[in-house]
Design a protein. Structure first.
Length: 180
């Protein structure tokens, strides 16, 4: 194993430039979505979205490295009669669940309705984009980002031209009187 600060800690995982590429793509594409949320003065802006996405990307890179390391060790284990169970998808399930709880914290119910659903969804989406890039799925990460941004920004403008109006979140949350 290589212990160089510029090398990867696992011989079979992505190198430093591949890691920088994956994190860089995550920063660019999730950053744009985070900026859109921040410009709309939502509870979770660019920093929150990026931190969630970087965490998801980082754990996906680690999972990718560990999976490849286990895959490289599998023939030796099989020769010893040890069966290896390689499940690459487990980390994805854990991130989906964990970030779902984080997003739930942005949803607020008041007497005026519910707000924060789109922000919760974009936080969850940021983690999925981070996972895509972290696992090396550049195409799906880019396509997911573009589709998300188009529908997050452009679709709202299309709705404004029709009778289907987007419900505006209340300006002040928690200030209204709750009737019993």
């Amino acid at each position: 194993m290589s212990l160089s600060i510029f090398g990867n800690f696992l011989d079979t995982g992505p190198g430093i430039w591949e890691i920088i590429l994956r994190m860089g793509l995550t920063a660019v594409f999730v950053g744009i979505i985070g900026i859109e949320r921040q410009m709309r003065h939502k509870i979770a802006g660019v920093t929150t979205h990026l931190m969630v996405a970087f965490g998801a990307c980082g754990i996906a890179i680690l999972q990718d490295s560990l999976y490849n390391e286990a895959l490289a060790m599998a023939p030796d284990l099989m020769a010893l009669g040890i069966q290896a169970n390689l499940e690459r998808q487990r980390i994805i399930a854990q991130v989906v669940t964990g970030v779902g709880f984080l997003g739930a914290g942005t949803i607020l119910k008041t007497s005026n309705g519910i707000s924060g659903l789109t922000t919760a969804a974009t936080i969850w989406l940021a983690s999925m984009i981070g996972l895509c890039f972290g696992m090396g799925g550049y195409t799906i990460g880019i396509v997911l980002s573009i589709f998300s941004l188009v529908f997050l920004t452009g679709f709202r403008k299309v709705l404004d031209l029709t009778k289907l109006q987007h419900v505006k979140s209340p300006d002040t949350l928690g200030a209204e009187v709750i009737e019993k």
